[in-house]
Design a protein around this ligand. Structure first.
Ligand SMILES: O=C(O)CCC(=O)C(=O)O
Length: 247
């Protein structure tokens, strides 16, 4: 499967593209079953909400924000990340042979009802260390995602914009109180995803997500690929994990 010239130009312009019903329902269910078992037992390595927001949390009521390092957890996760169907599309958007980097997004991402927090505007590349920004993340909706349960929101075209350091606050979040940012934020797009939809988005694209205001956990899969020629910088976190070529 490949993107049409129009779809590719839309990706290049907007910095993201949605592939509707890309994964079948059975594959989503298989991933969900394993993910739920790992979430239930809080199997390490995990990121918790308290780590993420920098607050203490009652250890008995830890909210898992993401299961990390899923590639090495189960064949079901690996099969999704290495699936043949998406490789030609990744090749097109990267203009290079895709290579999975296990250092960063390699996760089952959760939004637990009420206890998960919102994620503020940010670019994923802020803590990543590569020679260039030629990386994309692949988000798979394992169930429906919408405004109520904290679907991703994007600022289309922001992957091509140059920003000054004054536009960011602590932890390199794009400030929503800085006046010149506000017009851009108002132009943001909120997606609606159904089970099996995939979003591919650029590592510099500004995005955010709300809390989950429903009573059901939202569980998604996200992993990152880079162009093969885009090398991770030596002695950084980005270079300290395995990479898998998707030729
Ligand atoms: O689901 C969310 O809260 C967004 C996650 C996200 O953007 C990230 O971890 O980079």
């Amino acid at each position: 499967m490949k993107l049409s010239d129009y779809e590719l130009s839309q990706f290049n312009k907007d910095g993201f593209i949605i592939l509707r019903r890309f994964a079948d329902s059975q594959s989503c269910e298989r991933i969900l079953d394993i993910a739920k078992a790992h979430l239930k037992h809080k199997i390490a390595p995990i990121e918790t909400e308290s780590e993420y927001i920098g607050e203490d949390e009652d250890s008995l009521r830890v909210t898992v924000r993401r299961l990390r390092q899923v590639y090495d957890r189960d064949i079901v996760f690996r099969e999704w990340m290495e699936c043949d169907k998406i490789r030609p599309i990744l090749n097109q958007v990267l203009g290079d042979t895709p290579m999975i980097t296990l250092a960063h997004h390699n996760s089952i991402m959760t939004k637990m009802p009420h206890t998960s927090t919102q994620t503020s505007w940010h670019q994923d590349i802020r803590y990543w260390h590569f020679e260039s920004d030629n990386l994309v993340s692949i988000w798979l909706a394992l169930d429906d995602e919408n405004a109520e349960n904290g679907v991703l929101e994007f600022i289309a075209g922001s992957h091509k914009m140059a920003f000054g350091s004054e536009q960011f606050e602590d932890k390199q979040y794009f400030s929503s109180t800085h006046k010149p940012n506000q017009e851009l934020i108002e132009s943001s797009t909120q997606t609606t995803l159904q089970k099996g939809d995939v979003v591919i988005f650029h590592s510099k694209l500004l995005h955010r997500a709300n809390k989950n205001r429903t009573d059901k956990a939202k569980i998604s899969f996200v992993y990152t690929v880079k162009g093969e020629k885009n090398l991770a910088l030596a002695n950084s976190r980005s270079s300290s994990y395995k990479e898998i070529i998707l030729s």
